[in-house]
Ligand binder design. Structure first.
Ligand code: NAD
Length: 308
């Protein structure tokens, strides 16, 4: 029987499906610290996998990661050691794109800020705390993949937004053209997209090319009172530059689900000192529905790879 280790906390749907089919070492089992010795396969969510892990795991054939971002896994090392790595793209796209809208509304209508003030018993002079409407605004979507297209569609359907899209690597998938689902204007110049958008929403993977893609120069190009939403990966929006653009009053606010150093960020993180930042702890895919579906998909995919 193949031996599978669950190296992160998963919804029970996947591990339950594997029971009886493989020898399953559940998350939290003390045996998991020696997984390198005899694992045929591992299920991961955020658990990093390095060259050293792959070198030590002599029996390992496959890794399946929940979600789409695989930046926590050294893919080159996995390839060198002949280990298959798979992920579960697309399953959490609706949930993550919903989070982009949740953050956008929370920022524009100051929902967490009002909530904090009411709970603290602070007097609120409402005219000093006006929000901004999303209706009819221009939304710049960076990365029009599974999540970006859905976010664009939601902003358009809910608020009649004009959609500008930047994605030089876009290609139709499985003969389908996802962009056809959303009327949009394609811009090949990211600076132009930044300068024309009221709200930027970031949906690219973290790569050498996308690290610090939204930095001081591009934030300065944004219209006064612009809004930045990042539900993609920490490090794509430069946090220090975002802090300065918010603290100076140039931007109206930001909604950040993903963080550069630590998730969730330390309480002392400079962005958390700003009332116009809405922070969530990498929770974009965190709905009951997506966790249940993704966990099952990871288990089935891993089983199928190990069956050969
Ligand atoms: P996807 O692969 O379907 O889409 C990514 C898009 O980015 C592609 O269309 C690609 O062409 C484009 N792209 C790549 N490099 C680019 C560049 N340099 N400039 C412009 N566009 C570029 O992936 P997806 O499912 O839409 O997910 C997007 C990202 O969202 C993931 O990589 C992941 O980091 C993040 N994510 C976050 C959460 C969360 O919980 N917050 C959950 C899932 C995914």
């Amino acid at each position: 029987m193949k031996r599978i280790y669950v190296l992160d906390a998963f919804h029970p749907s996947g591990p339950e499906w594997l029971e009886g089919k493989v020898e399953l070492i559940p998350f939290g089992d003390p045996r998991a610290k020696n997984w390198h010795e005899d694992a045929d396969g591992v299920m991961v969510r955020m658990h990093p996998l390095t060259e050293d892990d792959f070198a030590r795991a002599g029996r390992l054939k496959a890794v399946v990661k929940q979600g789409v971002g695989v930046n926590t896994i050294d893919l080159d090392a996995a390839r060198r050691h002949g280990i298959t790595v798979a992920n579960t793209p697309g399953i959490n796209s609706e949930a993550v794109s919903e989070m982009a809208l949740a953050l956008a509304l929370a920022v524009t209508r100051r929902v967490p800020q009002f909530d904090r003030m009411i709970r603290a018993g602070e007097p609120i002079e409402r005219p000093k705390f006006l929000g901004f409407a999303l209706q009819g605004k221009t939304v710049g979507v960076i990365g029009m993949g599974n999540i970006g297209v859905r976010a664009a569609r939601k902003f358009q359907a809910a608020f009649d937004c004009r959609i500008l899209a930047y994605d030089p690597y876009y290609a139709p998938r499985n003969g389908k053209d996802p962009w056809a689902q959303v009327p949009h204007e394609r811009l090949d110049d990211l600076d132009a997209l930044c300068s024309q958008s009221d709200l930027l929403t970031v949906h690219v993977p973290l790569t050498d090319q996308t690290r610090d893609m939204i930095s001081a120069k591009r934030l300065a190009l944004m219209k006064p009172n612009g809004i930045v939403i990042n539900v993609s990966r920490g490090g794509i929006v430069n946090e220090a530059d975002l802090h300065d653009a918010l603290a100076s009053g140039h931007l109206f606010g930001a909604g950040i689900d993903v963080w550069t150093e630590r998730e969730p960020p330390e309480q002392s993180h400079p962005l958390l000192s700003l009332p116009n930042v809405v922070a969530t702890p990498h929770a974009g895919g965190g709905t009951v529905e997506t966790q249940q579906q993704s966990s099952l998909k990871v288990a089935q995919e891993l089983y199928s790879i190990l069956q050969g």
